[in-house]
Design a protein. Sequence first.
Length: 261
Amino acid sequence: MVRWRLQVWVVVLMWMSAAGAFTQVLVQESASQPAETTLAEDLKLIEIRPGLWRHVSTFVLVSRPTPANGLLLMTETEALLIDTPWTEEQTEHLLDWIEKDRGLAIAGVVATHFHPDCMGGIGAVHRRGIPTYGLSLTAKLAREDGSEPPKELFPKSLELKVGTETLELFYPGPGHSHDNIVVWIEDHKVLFGGCLVKNATTNHIGYLGDAEVDRWAASVATMRARFPEARLIVPGHGQPGGWDLVDNTLALVAQQLEESH
């Protein structure tokens, strides 16, 4: 089932933009080049705020390298991972870097939906006894898909404390998948939209095998109303930016609905 799903993604992702320049953020950001750390040929970290990094892992779907985003929040005493890389091997590299190179305990790992670009490495996390957080629906869908589910479950929203940082895990409703959640990092004013949000340069809505396109726009509107203070939005694939990512997402959803009728 998982192998079939990944092969379907290849066809869809060939239509998607794999890269693009940073779109304009709602407030002016530093023009300096962000720090990058390469952990493996298919795994790198890009600093987006002091203590907050975007991890980008790449998985070859048949013959096409496909990068996916997650976040790593690090405080003085502990860290939290939002989504794992694609694979357990990549996840082991990332966990080792956090624990050994940075000397931080990992407070938990959040799975933003049940697809492998979000929780393909969850087995490596569980072997280390690290707590994993996810929507109750995510656990159900993961089990049905033959994947290992997250263990700490919630039905709608959950607040987490990591050091002095506060995060909110929130389910705005279905869109890209039935269970896609977003993560709000209050102190940084960063919103991880995951695969509910498309990057600003893509011209294709992406994989729709588990989507609810007719409810997607309403879910995005719910997200926007709850986190209007977001200054940087990180999508599941591609470059972060401002609310133009959301505008592009809504345009792509409208286009898909029009084409399907």
